[in-house]
Design a protein around this ligand. Structure first.
Ligand SMILES: Cc1ncc(COP(=O)(O)O)c(C=O)c1O
Length: 363
């Protein structure tokens, strides 16, 4: 097996050596001023790198994987006694429904096939004549398939019907464009271990401060994931629980690198990589699984498995040669597989991937 592994799964991604080294120590106590200075800096950098106004927006750190950020967002974002409307066209839309249900929050989904982008007209239709909805949630990049949902158009629906607008952009932020102001977003869930090119399992949400003030009325709905408590403590150079100290240090380094590259620069790099790879897949005889014309993310592609070939065979062939890919998710596992192009990967490595895939197809 190759001693250098290129991660083509949608997080953890390939990160710089400096990001890995930053996590390696030295450890320090999270109740000392040096930790709070670091925490302040990381939160400020998160807001700055997305070009947000710090008087309006805050970033709150959450020690957990992307799902912890999703859950924290839902608990803070759905007003008491109101119903959450979810656009569901993949596994992560399903997960939002599960989160709301687990917490006893009334939830309704507008379910669409996995091959179709969220249709804002369907959401608007569901809202017509209803006064029980309090929030709308959509998934920016549905990592189930690599489909990109029209967040800004959904935000217009949320605005029209007076709903809080919640976005899961765990695999989208810094990889696909999202203007939080223009899209009318109120809270968005993100994570360090995907397009931010930091370590996994340290997550964050961006929120409008005024929405967290409103959320005081129905908080806490959880102890660990209480967004308002995390916000209050972090604002006052505190933390309610033990944070993931090494990964906060490491996220600082990842943010320095993102600031250097710029979010627009990273999005352009991913976009170009996706274009290069998709042309390559098609030319090898590996068609994309989503129908032509479907809006695609810059970050991940679902590819149809050729007749007579198995995912396990492909996975092992590639892993032997230094690449880790991802299975098709859920019900499409037998017919498709996924390749992400997130993280620090050189063009030569993508070319080598295409060459290796061609060998496998022709074998
Ligand atoms: C869109 C989206 N939301 C949420 C998650 C959950 O993240 P995690 O597995 O880090 O909990 C993922 C993970 O891939 C994702 O792609």
């Amino acid at each position: 097996m190759s001693d250098r592994i290129i991660l083509l799964n949608p997080g953890p991604t390939n990160v710089s050596k400096a990001v890995i080294d930053a996590a390696a120590g030295p450890l320090f106590c999270h109740r000392e001023p040096e930790y709070f200075t670091l925490q302040d800096e990381v939160r400020e950098r998160l807001v700055r790198v997305m070009d947000l106004d710090p008087a309006v927006w805050t970033a709150v750190l959450i020690a957990g994987s992307g799902t912890s950020a999703m859950e924290s967002m839902i608990l803070a974002g759905v007003p008491a006694g109101k119903t959450l409307l979810v656009s569901d066209n993949g596994v992560y839309g399903d997960r939002i429904v599960k989160i709301a249900t687990a917490h006893g929050i009334p939830v309704e989904a507008v379910t669409q096939p996995w091959t179709e982008a969220t249709d804002p007209a369907l959401l608007a239709g569901r809202c017509e004549g209803r006064d029980d909805f309090g929030a709308l949630c959509v998934i920016h990049h549905e990592t189930t398939t690599g489909l990109l949902n029209p967040v800004a158009e959904c935000g217009a629906v949320a605005k029209k019907y007076g709903l809080n607008f919640l976005v899961d952009s765990v695999s989208g932020l810094a990889g696909d464009p999202l203007d939080l102001e223009a899209a009318n977003v109120d809270i968005v869930a993100g994570t360090g271990g995907k397009n931010f090119q930091g370590m996994p399992a340290l997550s964050f949400c961006y929120a409008r401060r005024e929405k967290l003030e409103e959320a005081r009325a129905w908080s806490p709905r959880s102890v660990y994931l209480d967004f308002v408590n995390l916000y209050d403590k972090q604002e006052k150079r505190g933390t309610p629980f033990t944070p993931a100290v090494p990964f906060v240090v490491s996220l600082r380094q990842a943010l320095i690198e993102l600031e250097e590259e710029t979010v627009a620069g990273r999005i352009a790099r991913y976009c170009e990589a996706a274009r290069f790879l998709r042309e390559g897949y098609e030319s090898i005889g590996l068609p994309l699984w989503l129908p032509a014309g479907t809006p695609l993310s810059n970050c991940l592609t679902t590819i149809r498995l050729p007749e007579g070939k198995t995912y396990t065979g492909l996975h092992d062939y590639l892993k032997e040669r230094g690449f880790v890919i991802y299975a098709g998710q859920g019900r499409i596992e037998a017919e498709a597989f996924r390749i992400a192009n997130m993280g620090n990967v050189a063009r030569e490595d993508y070319q080598r991937l295409l060459d290796t895939l061609r060998e496998w197809v022709e074998a």
